[in-house]
Ligand binder design. Structure first.
Ligand code: ATP
Ligand code: MG
Ligand code: MG
Length: 373
């Protein structure tokens, strides 16, 4: 059987490796330590920092195809991988997705609707940008932000004075969008250009971190079709092979792209129970050039809720899984992380059924039943 390489040892790599193993592949994981979530389920692990080119070379040599679970990988690391095996997504996709300004400019130039934005470096430029964008604005670091880290919502010029502009490098200012809903579309694309989208996911955030995904999204059929078309257009524009998640804001019938992630996405976890093919299996199929799987829902409705470290006790005492699992029809996914920190993604729960509101209530009840007390 062929060997797939996964750069990154987190939960996305872990669930990818489990899906690949189910399909008969061996999966090698390159990560920082043998105790990371994906390392526990890998066929083999090579550990080292991403900058250790001889370690990454040892890893790449053993792989037939290589992929990754996060976009902030140095270009040189990807270059070493590509010398030994096809690596998806490639360096150009990463260069774009690592940089909000390049990403937003590339999409805008391709005629894809994005949130209005401007490059800024200091309070004066932010105030100037707000002249066009309108207050309030949201400023984000141009590189390496996630889970809302490195973001500030600014109500006025006074607020702009309080940002540590030097600490964040370069910044992007965006208009604050008063959207009706936040959605995401995961799309898979093969090297020969075939694409397949999943149904649209609707997302709820808490403290800038994804909390809840529901499917189907409460949008019209026309908006659903348009969102999926936009996702395909973005994938083709960036020339992605593998998975791409496109985050969008929906206001009425209008759709604006927020940002993209060239990998499996937290919102796509719901596909494991809700769709005929999971996002992780689809990722395997896409990078291996296989026929893409059926993305249709196999249930009328589904909901996924994250389990953050806040649920755990002070000395990493476990939540009460017994009480959580007492709620029939709740599927528990834990990532095998030892240290629980507030906000850290430790696992998720999913439930399928007929009514989204009933599923959300059930997930909320089972999650709070588990809360360490
Ligand atoms: P991640 O990569 O983990 O999704 P991130 O740090 O890259 O997060 P964004 O996705 O840009 O951050 O923003 C986080 C959340 O903040 C969004 O999902 C959305 O809820 C809100 N948000 C971001 N930009 C805007 C905007 N321009 N208008 C309104 N809300 C926004
Ligand atoms: Mg992001
Ligand atoms: Mg985001």
């Amino acid at each position: 059987g062929a060997t797939i390489g996964m750069v990154g040892g987190g939960q996305l790599g872990r669930m990818f490796a489990m899906a690949a193993a189910k399909m008969g592949y061996r999966v090698g994981v390159f990560c920082g330590s043998s105790d990371e979530p994906a390392a526990h389920v890998a066929s083999f692990t090579v550990c080292g920092p991403l900058e250790d080119h001889s370690a990454i070379e040892d890893f790449a040599r053993r792989c037939d195809v290589i992929t990754l679970e996060f976009e902030n990988i140095p270009a040189e690391t990807i270059a070493v991988c590509s010398r030994h095996a096809p690596t998806y997504p490639d360096a150009s996709v990463l260069a774009t997705a690592q940089d909000r300004l390049i990403e937003k400019s590339t999409l805008r130039d391709a005629g894809i609707p994005v949130t209005p934005f401007a490059a800024v470096h200091n309070a004066d430029e932010a105030v100037h940008a707000a002249g066009t964008l309108g207050w309030p604005i949201i400023v984000k670091t141009q590189r390496s932000g996630y889970d809302g880290k490195g973001q500030h919502r600014l109500a006025d010029a006074t607020a702009a004075q309080h940002v540590d502009w030097q600490g964040g490098g370069d910044w992007v200012a965006e208009a604050m969008i008063g959207f009706d809903r936040e959605v995401s579309v995961v799309v898979a694309r093969t090297a020969d250009g075939r694409t397949e989208t999943f149904p649209v996911f609707e997302n709820g955030h808490r403290n800038h971190v994804l909390d809840l995904t529901t499917i189907p999204a409460a949008i019209t059929e026309a908006t659903e079709i348009k969102a999926r078309q936009i996702a395909i257009k973005v994938t083709e524009c960036l020339d992605v092979v593998g998975l791409l998640c496109v985050e969008m804001f929906v206001s009425g019938e209008e759709i604006l792209v927020n940002e993209v992630a060239p990998r499996p996405h937290n919102s796509g976890h719901v596909t494991m129970e809700a769709c005929a093919t999971s996002q992780f299996e689809q990722h395997v199929r896409a990078i291996c050039g296989l026929p893409l799987g059926d993305t249709r829902m196999i249930t009328p409705a589904a909901a996924m809720m994250n389990l953050l470290g806040d649920l755990w006790g002070p000395q990493d005492e476990s939540p009460n899984w017994q009480a959580l699992l007492d709620h029939a029809g709740v599927a528990l996914h834990l990532y095998g992380k030892h240290a629980a920190r507030p906000g850290r993604k430790m696992g998720h729960i999913t439930s399928v059924g007929d009514s989204i509101s009933e599923l959300v209530t059930k997930l909320e009840q089972s999650r709070s039943a588990a809360q360490f007390s």
